[in-house]
Design a protein around this ligand. Sequence first.
Ligand code: GLU
Length: 491
Amino acid sequence: MSTETRVRIAPSPTGNLHLGTARTALYNYLYAKKQKGKFIFRLEDTDNERSDEKYTKDIIDGLKWLGLSWDEGCDIGGPYPPYRQTEKIDHYEAMADKLLSSGFAYLCYASAEELAALKEEQRVTGKPPRYDNRGRDLTIEQREKYEAEGRLPSFRFRIEEPQDIRWDDQIKGPITVNSADLGGDMVIIKSNGVATYNFAVVIDDIDMHMTDVIRGEDHIHNTAKQLLIFEALGIKPPHFAHTGLIFDTNDRKLSKREHGELVHIDYYKHQGYMPEAIVNYLIKTSFTPPDDKLEIFTLEEAGEMFDIKRVSKTHARFDMDKLNWYNAQYIRSLPLSTVTERARAFLTDYDLSDVSNDALEKLVGAVRDGLTKLSEVKAATAFYFGQTIDVPADVKEAALSSDDAKKVLGETLTQLGKLPFEDPKAVKAAVDSMGKELGIKGKNLYWPLRAALSGTTSGPDLGSIMSVLGPTKVQARLEKALKNGGNGGHV
Ligand code: GLU
């Protein structure tokens, strides 16, 4: 048997890619990187009714968008053959047959109505819902009777109770689950012939030689069940590791019901989050780097320093403000060409046909320090489009109504021909020295120009605004502001 580390992300395509699944994928990926092992993508599509191809696509697209790639597994239209549980139905059944012959499993003929009645009775009497193992010891006659009625059996796996199921969890340390808390003998093959998650996952993990399983702590009871199946099959189980789940800042578990689209990676993609920021933040929510002060790191760097023992045992806290902080950092620090390329998706309302890539980079470069999400780039760059702009009345009143304002605009127009527009710093320095000549400085110097050129007194630095606009637009805007400066309403 190979000693190579093999881990997997095994999403069920029953919804869009969840933040929690993305984080689990990241930890598995990092673990594989650190161990120089393999990271495998497996689609767990045994739940026919809830599975949908559109979710498969969203999950794959989302993981790729985050920068993850896998060494084997499902990739629609990609280099890896699809790996889907629904293609292995016969194999699961054959494995279940083995358990049947060895007595670890039996055929259960209970109908859906009978099971619903049992559940109702337990509810009314205040007992936790569980299967009462009624099908364990059917006589041949009983079985024949059910078959004659046309009942289709499910396969159930015997869970002997009580017994302690123990494992040494790589994240949480020793865990014990009592078999009496597992809901009774479990279905492994449903009456329609489809394997249940808990069974298919064990067979897959065996077939795919998984060495480690890293997943959310909501699977702890499943792990206990799966360990029993491994034992019955006489196969050494993988090492298990369970991460705490992700909670919000009010200590509520992140869920579709409570948080809507905020739990989906797709939401962040459309809001203009940088995948690098999401990756960094998601890793950081539960992993403490060896240098515990380290905040910013790439996926690759995380792969080098990853240590499962440094993953927190407790819940992660998802704080949107913190994510926004990360995102702003990445918008500022990623290569300008990358940010500009990504910004295009948010600028489709503008006609960019005569804006060169260089000019667009310059524009995005001028505004990016003020952005938290890339979706804000549309509003932040609005000032650039059009030869002239309208200045709102309040801005005009605050910045353009004084005599000093007129002097500043007039003098800038006079000196326009010699201003070094190509260089934001130099053009700002030229404005400063012009201010000195006029005896006007600070707000009185900058605000009239900012207002006339961008319609607001905040935003990017003045040198960048002037440089981005260039002499022709600057001239048109200053002339318009001077001409309309004394009238009410818009300039
Ligand atoms: N399909 C399961 C899920 O989406 C995967 C659990 C596992 O990793 O075994 O939760």
